[in-house]
Write a protein that binds this ligand. Structure first.
Ligand code: SF4
Length: 184
């Protein structure tokens, strides 16, 4: 399946209750040949409006800090665990995640990335569990590389603190950038 075919399925999906409150689904965005895939939790207010992941303040910070280390946003691929915005930006429920993640799995199989970057604790915990790793907490796992074998080959997992958490805690900017530097 191509990324466009997966995105088309996501945009017309009504498998879970999030379909009823969304403006639009947010399948993912970026370079289909990227060696790096960023995975957040779920779309927020601006992502729901624009249909593109990480376009709010947190996304702008991520884009700016990636550029500061020589990585252009257009050269990576960014998506979320859940493809539709949960009301009031709550966490997606286990049921919603279970219904939605076949799309993420399909995207990963198509992209076959060398590096997966879970952004934030929810994504980190989910990705670690998916690949049989033990999650010890965002601050401990930030920037720490793990290697796993997948059906598309060996992959590095490098969790990075969520940019929205950095906006709330500016003293964590250096640890955010240091973790991003592990990608280069
Ligand atoms: S969150 Fe996922 S499963 Fe739920 S409606 Fe959106 S695309 Fe479908």
């Amino acid at each position: 399946m191509t990324l466009d075919e997966i995105a088309k399925m996501i945009r017309s999906c009504d498998k879970c209750p999030l379909s009823k409150e969304r403006t639009q689904a947010v399948p993912g965005d970026g370079n289909p040949k990227s060696r790096v895939v960023f995975i957040g939790e779920a779309p927020g207010f601006w992502e729901d409006k624009e249909g593109i992941p990480f376009v709010g303040r947190g996304g702008k910070l991520l884009t700016k800090k990636l550029e500061s280390i020589g990585i252009l946003r257009k050269d990576v691929f960014i998506t979320n665990i859940a493809k539709c915005r949960p009301p009031d930006n709550r966490r997606p429920t286990k049921e919603e995640v279970a219904l939605c993640t076949p799309y993420l799995n399909a995207q990963l199989e198509t992209l076959a990335p060398e590096i997966i970057v879970p952004l934030g604790a929810t994504s980190g915990e989910f990705i670690f569990k998916k690949y049989g790793l033990t999650w010890t907490g965002m601050l401990k796992e930030n920037g720490v590389e793990k290697r796993i074998n997948t059906i598309f080959g060996e992959v590095k997992i490098i969790p990075v603190i969520h940019p929205a958490a950095v906006l709330r805690n500016p003293h964590r900017t250096d640890m955010f950038v240091d973790a991003l530097k592990k990608l280069i």
